[in-house]
Design a binder for this molecule. Structure first.
Ligand SMILES: [Ca+2]
Ligand SMILES: [Ca+2]
Ligand SMILES: [Ca+2]
Length: 258
């Protein structure tokens, strides 16, 4: 009897250890996103895109922290619906800063409302909402997690946050270039997504892509709002650990009785 209790205890400890390791970056530039970051089950209807916000900033934006400070506590100068983060649309990576905001946004330009800038020099954008992560997105079948690569191309810098964790960022200034990161999800479902992007001067361009979508992340997996929030998300690893521990404990107890 004493031995079976000991086994249950060991099993629970193993489950808790697994849960506690979530949120810690693992080698290979992968960020683990825990089940607790999941805000809803995978929706049954296709997504509508992300909320797009634009701020016109005076003065140079030398890095990400200048960009985030410039928009802190300030409502956006203009908003739009981002059906996909690919500005300018298509294979062009950048436009001149003399281009209009509507021209940069292309197909999403007609959803613009608010005050638009004279020039794109000194711009901060935020794309926010939710992304639907499906098990079919897993790029590494060798692991239990759903491992999804995300690539952001930007001129100049950006920060990509998913499930409250920074998956990748480029904090300084650069000509259009890409940065990739891997997010490893403990389970499928809907997760918060935020992409902050800033332009200092000369040329502007941003895109958000992944292997699962064979390029730009598509509208269907992006959501501006949650229709069916999960208030109490179960922790399957802990549950599994407890169940298997109880199973082993029960088996051991049965053997002792035999
Ligand atoms: Ca493009
Ligand atoms: Ca995997
Ligand atoms: Ca630039």
């Amino acid at each position: 009897m004493g031995k079976s209790i000991l086994l249950v205890s060991v099993g629970l400890t193993t489950g808790l250890t697994t849960v506690c390791s979530f949120g810690v970056g693992i080698p290979g530039n992968a960020i683990t996103i825990s089940s607790s970051a999941r805000v809803a089950n995978s929706p049954t209807t296709a997504g509508d895109g992300l909320k797009g916000e634009f701020w016109d900033v005076t003065g140079s934006i030398a890095n990400l922290s200048v960009a985030t400070s410039a928009i802190a506590g300030r409502s956006a100068d203009a908003t739009f619906t981002s059906t996909a983060v690919d500005y300018p649309n298509g294979s062009s990576n950048v436009v001149f800063d003399s281009s209009s905001l509507a021209n940069l946004l292309g197909q999403d330009g007609n959803s613009l409302s608010g005050v638009t800038p004279v020039s794109l020099t000194g711009s901060v954008f935020r794309f926010s909402g939710f992304i639907n992560i499906l098990s079919s997105f897993d790029s590494d079948p060798g692991t239990d997690t759903i491992d999804v690569d995300f690539t952001v191309g930007s001129d100049d810098g950006f920060q990509l946050n998913i499930g409250g964790s920074t998956v990748s960022e480029f904090t300084g200034l650069r000509p259009f270039s890409t940065t990739s990161g891997i997010a490893s999800f403990a389970e499928s479902g809907l997760y918060a997504l935020e992409l902050i992007y800033f332009e200092n001067q000369s040329f502007t361009g941003v895109e958000f892509s992944s292997r699962f979508s064979n390029g730009i992340v598509t509208t269907g997996v992006l959501y501006t709002s949650i229709s069916d929030p999960v208030t109490a998300v179960p922790e399957p690893i802990t549950l599994l650990g407890s169940l298997s521990a109880l199973g082993i404990g029960a088996l051991f107890k049965q053997r002792l009785q035999e």
